[in-house]
Every structure is written in C-alpha cells, then in structure tokens.
Design a binder for this molecule. Structure first.
Ligand SMILES: Cc1cc2nc3c(=O)[nH]c(=O)nc-3n(C[C@H](O)[C@H](O)[C@H](O)COP(=O)(O)OP(=O)(O)OC[C@H]3O[C@@H](n4cnc5c(N)ncnc54)[C@H](O)[C@@H]3O)c2cc1C
Length: 405
C-alpha cells in the first residue's frame, strides 16, 4: 500500500537554527537532509556549545544572580568527563568511536566530545551552514495573516569590535537550540544577600585552586556537586557537601564520604546564612565558611524570543510544548530541539530534529492544535499525579510517552 505521506510534494522551507551546540548541529543536518534551506546562527566563535570548554567565567557575577542572560555560555569545568559511556553518546549513523592519538577512554573528557562534534560537522559539511559570532537578539513573528506569517530574526555580528549593526532576516521557520546549562538556578536561602563570604554557582566553577585552604560548602548533590566537592576537597581545608535529603546519599557516595571523612562532610539542608560567615544546617549545627558553591542546576532562558505569550517559562517548565518540541499555537514554524534532560544525547536530539524537519517538509503531520494542547495538559496532569515537581517537567527519564520516530 502506498502511504499518503509518500505522494505529497515536499516543501522546502527557509529555516533558522539558533545555536550550534549538539542540538543545533543535529537540527542542521536533519533539516538539510530533508531538503530545507538552513542557516545556523551561533553567537560564539566555534561550534560545540557546552562541549567547547571555556576557561572564562562571569567574573563580575559568579553567582549569576544578575538579570539574564549570563555573559559566558560555558558551564563545564576543566576536569569534566562524560557521565555516560561513549557508546551511548553518538548520532545513530556516526558513532562516537575512540580515535588513535585522542582521548580513547570509555568516559572521555569534554574535549573529546567537542572534537567528535567537529568531526561530525566535517563529515556532513555543516560548517557551510553555520554563521559564527552571530548573536540572535530577537525572534518574533512578522505581521501578517497567521498561516503565512514569517519569523523575523534579528542578529548582531559579534566579531566586529565596536557597535556592529543589527541585521534582520525573514525565515519560514525557526528552530530554537540555544541550550539550557548556562543560566544559574539558585535556591532561596535566608541570609544569602548578607552572607559575607564568596558565593559562586557551578556555572562559574572551572578549577579547584581558588579554594585552596578554604572551608567550602557545596550545595547540591547531583553529578556536578559530587564532582566539584571531591575535586575541591583535595586543596581545601574542609568541604561540606549539602544534600536535600538522605535519599540523595547513594551507597557509592556513602563510601566516598566515609573514605574521606577527615575533610569531606555530609550536611542535610542549609537552614540559613549569617552575616558573620556562619552557615547553619538543618540539624542546627553551624560552621564558619569561606565559600559556598551552588551546584543547583540551571534555568531555561530564551531572552531573544518574543512569542507574545504563546511560550512561557514557569518554574523551569517551558510550555506549552507538544512532546517538548512544538508550541501548539505556533507549530510547526517554531520548534525547540534539546529541551529534555537526562536523555541519550545526541541521539535524542537527532530524533527530535528529524521529526521537525519532516513536519516542515510535509512528510509528517502534527495533530490539530487542540489535540496537541490536550496532550500537553494530560502530560502535565500525569506528572503531577505521579508527584513529579513542575521544575522537572522536561526530565523525561522518570516516565515519558515521547516517541519521535
Ligand atoms: C557541567 C555539565 C556537564 C554535563 N555532562 C554531560 C554528560 O556527561 N553527558 C551528556 O549527555 N550531557 C552532559 N551535559 C549536558 C550537555 O550540555 C548537553 O548534552 C548538550 O551539550 C546540550 O546541547 P545543546 O546544543 O542543547 O546546548 P549547548 O551545548 O549549550 O549549545 C547551545 C548553543 O547555542 C548558542 N547560543 C545560545 N544563545 C544564543 C543566541 N542568542 N544567539 C546565537 N547562539 C546562541 C550557544 O553559544 C551554544 O553554542 C552536561 C552539561 C554541563 C553544564
């Protein structure tokens, strides 16, 4: 039987991809494969996104507490290695295989992932689609009748030293792939504003040396919190790693804590911070600390995007997004690739990108808007019923029905 999809003429769209990280590159390849006219706008001087290690930090605002967006995109620290094995980290047809003369470890360092992404660009000729040093400052719908409205993308050439002019271009569709590991998410702790020590977010952590001989509190027990606590412990006087509850203390962590009990201490919850430098923990005990490093995650942020309220970020939930990709009222001309967390990247991004590319060409169709809205609402309800907090909406590792293929 001939499928209806096979006999439709394919549409070639002019598509702008924002960001040349893993998600943007996956999008660029799939869109071009589908025959679209693709332009990738990337604010930095190279591709790779987070995997392009940046030793610079937001020195003037290490907490990232000022109004968004942060000035430095990178959040990776020098010693970072993959948490997932390399065989789970690859595009479906471009394996992340060890290469002679490079970092051949199964869990390689960040540079190897960056080099892999560069290899990917070379293999698929993607660099010719990417405009580097081009920061997107505004994305909004042009005026006009809804089905034919174009997207106006305003960008600035950051390569020019002084006062580069903004350029505005029209696109049929925009794929947002600007990443979400840059804008610090901070807890709200009584006394944060008056505490006299140094407060830093993991976004601005690169190496342990600045914390030599200090008493350091690391808030947050996720992968970064554990890594950073272990690394800082080697040079600091003592490190206090703060977990939200004992549930976060895995057997492996308990072993590490007992091995290094002289310099690494587990604390539960920070109750308040005092002006004199004391940090008071949940059990009422306190210590005098020099620095607090918040490893408390990141917020989604789209400072350039004006959807007139059609897409919002509320408690770190970007929505409404059908299957974490399409805002129902603006689909398919606006899409997001790379929103879900705890996924096998870049494989997952590739699947999302393929879906976007095929919907834009007309090879695949989306359900009607009302159906997409209903599906998003059902998803929210199911997660709420399962007790999943709203700020974990895009953590699809717990349960998900997402199926892009
Ligand atoms: C410390 C740390 C450790 C991690 N460890 C792992 C791991 O072990 N395994 C794993 O799978 N993932 C890990 N990740 C997540 C990793 O970042 C993602 O897997 C992946 O890099 C996300 O790709 P992305 O393209 O969505 O975003 P990014 O890599 O952030 O790329 C986004 C791109 O968009 C560009 N951009 C942003 N705004 C604009 C704008 N206005 N105009 C133009 N360009 C713009 C940025 O410059 C950047 O190049 C880690 C992240 C961090 C921070």
């Amino acid at each position: 039987m001939v499928c209806d999809d096979d006999i439709k003429p394919l549409q070639r769209q002019k598509v702008c991809v924002i960001g040349a990280g893993m998600a943007g590159l996956a999008s660029a390849r799939e869109l071009r494969r589908e025959g679209h006219d693709v332009t990738v706008l990337e604010q930095s001087g190279d591709v790779g996104g987070q995997w392009r290690y940046d030793p610079m930090t937001d020195g003037a605002d290490p907490l990232g507490a000022a109004a968004a967006p942060v000035k430095v995109h990178g959040s990776m620290y020098a010693s970072l290695r993959l948490i997932s094995a390399r065989e789970t980290m690859g595009f479906t047809d471009f394996q992340f295989a060890p290469k002679d003369g490079r970092d051949v470890r199964r869990f390689p360092g960040h540079r190897e992932v960056y080099l892999y992404l560069k290899d990917f660009c070379d293999a698929f000729g993607l660099m010719e689609l990417v405009r580097l040093n081009t920061g997107v400052v505004r994305v909004a719908l042009a005026p006009g009748p809804i089905p034919t409205r174009q997207w106006m993308v305003r960008s600035v050439d950051l390569g020019k030293s002084d006062g580069a002019e903004e350029v505005e271009e029209e696109f049929d569709a925009v794929v947002v792939a600007n990443g979400h590991y840059s804008q610090p998410r901070l807890p709200s702790i009584v006394g944060m504003e008056v505490w006299r020590g140094r407060q830093v977010h993991s976004h601005s952590y690169r190496v342990p040396e600045p914390f030599r001989d200090e008493v350091v509190v690391v808030v947050g027990c996720g992968a970064s919190g554990k890594d950073i606590a272990m690394e800082v412990r080697r040079v600091a006087k003592e490190v206090h790693l703060v977990a939200k509850s004992m549930e976060e203390v895995t057997q492996e962590l308990a072993k590490v804590l007992s091995k290094y009990s002289a310099s690494l201490h587990l604390q539960l919850h920070v109750e308040r911070l005092c002006e004199d430098g004391r940090v008071v923990f949940g059990d009422g005990s306190s210590i005098l600390a020099d620095t607090i490093i918040y490893c408390t995650g990141f917020n989604y942020s789209f400072p350039f995007l004006d959807t007139e309220g059609a897409v919002t970020v509320d408690d770190n939930c970007v929505g409404p997004l059908f299957e974490h990709v399409f805002p129902p009222s603006l689909a398919p001309s606006l899409s997001f690739v790379g929103i879900p967390v705890k996924v096998f990247a870049p494989w997952f991004f590739e699947a999302q990108a393929k879906w976007v590319a095929q919907v834009l060409s007309g090879k695949r169709t989306l359900p009607p808007e009302e159906e997409m809205v209903r599906s998003v609402e059902e998803y929210y309800r199911a997660r709420e019923a399962a007790g999943a907090p709203k700020n974990y909406t895009h953590d699809v590792s717990l349960f998900d029905t997402t199926d892009y293929i």
